[in-house]
Design a protein around this ligand. Structure first.
Ligand SMILES: [Zn+2]
Length: 485
C-alpha cells in the first residue's frame, strides 16, 4: 500500500476527511504551547536556497532539514532554488535527479494537505507578504533577490552554525562542513519562521548568531575551523534508545551526513499522527501503515551507509541484550520507567542524551563514565518542568495520568543536531575539554547558549558505581573507554 500513491490518497481521505481533521490530530502538541498557530499556519512562507552554494553539501543538508521541518507546521510554503539544481549523490535516497524532487516528496509526506511548490530563482517575482528564510551563502550582490531587513538567513561553515538577520553571509573561505552545524542552523531558521508566523515581537526573533559546535558557545566572530571533519564519519557501534522525535530526527541527520557504523534502534511505539509534527523521518504513509518507529527508521536507513539492528520493546525487556553488547555509545532519548536514574547502574559506555522542554528549550548532554557527571546527577530539577523527549511523561517518577505536554516542532531537531555534534566529537581529542551540558531557549531571541562542563560527583551513587572493576567488563569495552582513563 505504501508504494502506491493512489492507495495512499484514498487512505488519507478515509482517515482524515478534511484537512482540519488532519491538522487537529497532527498539531496537537504544538497547539498546547502555541494555540495561535491555527490562525497563522497558512501564512505564506518562502525558503530561498542559495544561488552560489546550492550544490554544496552544507547548503543541501540545511535545505533538506529546513523544508522538511517547516512543512511539519507551515501549510503554505514556496521553495525557491536555482533551476536544475542537482541533488548530491550522497543525499540521493531514491532515484532522484534534482534536489527539488526530494524536498517536495518529503514536504508532502509530512503534510499531504499542504500547499507546497518549487519556484526557480530565475522566475522568482520578489518578496510579497511572505515570511522568508534564506539558506546557504548569499553575497551582497544577489541579483534580483535582495535580502531585506526582516529576512533571516541560516548557513554553516566548518563547525559554525550561522544565522543572520537582514544581512548576507558569504565566508571568505569555504571551510569543510561539520554536518551537525548545517542541521542546527536549519532547525533554528525554522524556529525563527515559526516565531514570526505566530506573531512574536521583532525583539524576540532569533538574533544573528555564530554557534560554535565544538565548544558550544556563541561567538562574536567566526574563527578558523579545526577542520578535521570527514565526509563520512564513522560513529562506531551505537545504541539509539528512543526513536521518537529526537531519535528519529538524529537518524535522518546520520543519513544526511553519510555516517558509517552500526546502530541498534530501541523503541516500543508505533508512529502516530502527532509524530508527524516533529520527526524528520515519519510521514503520513507511515501513520496509515500503523508500523513501529523502529521498523520505519530501519527502513529509512536501509539506503544509508549504516547497518541497523532493531530491539523492539522496552529498555527493561532488552536489558540483557544491551548489557551483553559492547556498544561504544548509548544515546538515550527515553525515560520510560525512569531510565535516566537507572542508567549508571547498568554500567554504560559513554552516554549522550537530548532533551526538549515543554516551553521553548532544547539541549543535549554527554556523560563519560568516571570523568563526567552521570544521568542520575543530571536529573533535571525541578523535575516537573522537563520531560523525556519521547513525551511519554515527566522524568521519573512518572505520575499516573501525566498530561500530554506541549512540544514545538523545531526543538527536537535542534536537540538532535546537538546530540549528533556530541557523537562526532567523541573522536576529537579537543572534546575532553569542552562542555558536556548544553541548552538553548528560543522563547526570546536566543541571546545565550548555556554550556557547562560537569564532572563526576564522588557523592553520587551513579558516579561511584562506574568506578567498579565490573564497569571495565561492561561499558569499559567500547572504543571510547580511553576517555574514562
Ligand atoms: Zn552522578
Amino acid at each position: 500500500m505504501r508504494d502506491n500513491p493512489k492507495d495512499i490518497r484514498n487512505a488519507i481521505a478515509a482517515r482524515w476527511p478534511t484537512s482540519d481533521d488532519f491538522y487537529r490530530e497532527r498539531d496537537d502538541r504544538t497547539l498546547r504551547e502555541s494555540p495561535e498557530l491555527t490562525a497563522y499556519a497558512g501564512r505564506p512562507v518562502e525558503i530561498l536556497i542559495s544561488l552560489s552554494s546550492a550544490e554544496s553539501p552544507a547548503t543541501q543538508q540545511a535545505a533538506l532539514v529546513a523544508c522538511n521541518l517547516a512543512a511539519r507546521w507551515a501549510r503554505n510554503i514556496t521553495v525557491v532554488m536555482p533551476n536544475g539544481t542537482r541533488i548530491l549523490s550522497d543525499l540521493n535516497r531514491r532515484s532522484y535527479t534534482y534536489l527539488a524532487e526530494r524536498i517536495i516528496t518529503e514536504m508532502h509526506g509530512a503534510d499531504p494537505f499542504g500547499r507546497y511548490r518549487i519556484v526557480a530563482s530565475e522566475s522568482y517575482l520578489g518578496a510579497g507578504e511572505a515570511l522568508r528564510l534564506f539558506i546557504g551563502n548569499w553575497d551582497l550582490d544577489t541579483g534580483r533577490i535582495r535580502i531585506q531587513d526582516d529576512d533571516f538567513l541560516v548557513a554553516s561553515t566548518g563547525e559554525y552554525a550561522v544565522g543572520r538577520r537582514g544581512q548576507p553571509f558569504s565566508p571568505s573561505e569555504e571551510q569543510p562542513a561539520f554536518a551537525p552545524a548545517s542541521a542546527l542552523a536549519a532547525s533554528l531558521g525554522v524556529a525563527d519562521l515559526f516565531k514570526r508566523a505566530i506573531g512574536h515581537p521583532k525583539e524576540h526573533w532569533v538574533a544573528t548568531f555564530n554557534w560554535n559546535l565544538i565548544d558550544q558557545s556563541l561567538r562574536e566572530k567566526i574563527g578558523p575551523s579545526i577542520g578535521r571533519f570527514t565526509n563520512m564519519p564513522d560513529i562506531g557501534k551505537v545504541l539509539l534508545a528512543g526513536v521518537g522525535a529526537i531519535g528519529s530526527s538524529l537518524a535522518y541527520m546520520l543519513d544526511l551526513a553519510g555516517a558509517t557504523g552500526k546502530v541498534a534502534l530501541l523503541d516500543r511505539d508505533r508512529v502516530e499522527a502527532s509524530n508527524l509534527n516533529r520527526s524528520l523521518i515519519f510521514d503520513v504513509a507511515h501513520v496509515l501503515a500503523n508500523a513501529t518507529k523502529t521498523e520505519l527508521t530501519e527502513e529509512f536507513l536501509r539506503s544509508s551507509r549504516l547497518s541497523v539492528d532493531r530491539l523492539d520493546g522496552t529498555w527493561r525487556e532488552n536489558s540483557a541484550t544491551i548489557a551483553a553488547s559492547n556498544y561504544d555509545v548509548w544515546l538515550s532519548f527515553t525515560n520510560e520507567d525512569g531510565a535516566w536514574a537507572q542508567l549508571p547502574f547498568q554500567l554504560p559506555p559513554v552516554v549522550i542524551q537530548g532533551t526538549t522542554t515543554s516551553g521553548w528549550g532544547f539541549g543535549a548532554g554527554r556523560h563519560i563514565p568516571r570523568k563526567e557527571d552521570c544521568t542520575l546527577c543530571r536529573m533535571p530539577r525541578p523535575r516537573a518542568e522537563f520531560r523525556g523527549p519521547c513525551a511519554e511523561g515527566d522524568i521519573a517518577p512518572v505520575e499516573p495520568d501525566t498530561p500530554i505536554r506541549a512540544s514545538l516542532p523545531f526543538l527536537s531537531a535542534a536537540s538532535a543536531a546537538l546530540v549528533f555534534a556530541e557523537l562526532l566529537k567523541l573522536a576529537l581529542p579537543e572534546m575532553q575539554r569542552v562542555p558536556n551540558e548544553i541548552s538553548g531557549d528560543l522563547k526570546t531571541e536566543l541571546a545565550a547558549v548555556t554550556s557547562i562542563r560537569r564532572l563526576a560527583n564522588p557523592s553520587c551513587p551513579g558516579c561511584r558505581v562506574v568506578q567498579s572493576d565490573l564497569w571495565q567488563k561492561r561499558g569499559g569495552r567500547g572504543r571510547f573507554s580511553d576517555l574514562s582513563a
